[in-house]
Design a protein around this ligand. Sequence first.
Ligand SMILES: Nc1ncnc2c1ncn2[C@@H]1O[C@H](COP(=O)(O)OP(=O)(O)OP(=O)(O)O)[C@@H](O)[C@H]1O
Ligand SMILES: [Mg+2]
Length: 251
Amino acid sequence: MSHELLKIENLQVGVEDKVILKQLDLVIRSGETHVLMGPNGAGKSTLGYAIMGHPQYNVCQGKIFFEGEDITEESTDVRAKKGIFLSFQNPEEVPGIALGNFLRVSREAVTGEPPRILAFQKEMKSTMSALEINPDYAARYLNVGFSGGEKKKSEILQMLMLNPKLAILDETDSGLDVDAVKVVSKGIRQYRSENNALLIITHNAKILEGLPVDYVHVLANGTIAHTGDSSLIQTINEKGFQFLEAGGVRN
Ligand SMILES: Nc1ncnc2c1ncn2[C@@H]1O[C@H](COP(=O)(O)OP(=O)(O)OP(=O)(O)O)[C@@H](O)[C@H]1O
Ligand SMILES: [Mg+2]
C-alpha cells in the first residue's frame, strides 16, 4: 500500500547569506514519480541537496520528514541509511577508492551488514552489463577520468545497487548520448516499484521514456510555483516557463 515517504513543510533554505528556497511544500508517496523542472538557477539542485542534508545548505525554516520522522537535523549518512539517494548533477571524482569497493562499502553502510562478496560481485556485474558499463570500470577510481556520460551511468549504477526508497536524480539525462539515455531510462524503470519513489530533476525529459509520471512541479522564485500532471512537460517544452507567470501562478 502506498505510504508517505517524503514530506516537506514550509522549507526555507539558504547558502551563506542568500535565501534560495522559501515556503516550499512537497509530499512524495511510495509508488510515485515526480518531475521537477524550472529555469536555471531556480534552486532545483539546492532542493536535492537540502533533502540529502548537504551541510552547505542551511535549512533556516521548515521541516523535512521521511516516513513520518523529522530528519531536518539529521546528517547525510543517516538520511542515506533511511533510504534517500541523490544522483548528483555533477558527480565528483574520488581518487583512491575504486568504483566496485565504493559500491560495496556503500551497500554495507546503508544496510548495516557486509554483503556476501560473490553474490554482490555477480549482482554488480549484471547491473553494469544492463547499464552497458565496461566491467573493468569496477576497478577504476570512482568517476576519475570517466566521461560526462559515464559518470551519470555510474550514478545510476549506485542507485540500482543501493536500492533506495527515494531516489532523487539531478539532471541525470544531461550529457548522455541518445543510446545511453535509453539504457539509463531502462535502468530507472527496472528500479521503480510500488515501494519506492523518484524525484527526477530534468530540463528535457528524455529520461522519462516509458516512465509513468504522476506529478510535474515547476520551481520558480524559490518555491514550487506550479504543479500539474505529465502533460505539463510538453506545455513547458513548447511555451517555456513564461506562460506560467502569465497565467498568474502563485509565486
Ligand atoms: N554553494 C553555493 N554557493 C553559492 N551560491 C549557490 C550555491 N549553491 C547554489 N547557489 C545559488 O543558488 C541558486 C540556485 O542554484 P541551483 O544549483 O539550486 O539551481 P538549479 O535550479 O539546479 O539550476 P540548473 O538548472 O542550472 O542546474 C543559484 O543562484 C546558485 O548560484
Ligand atoms: Mg541544478
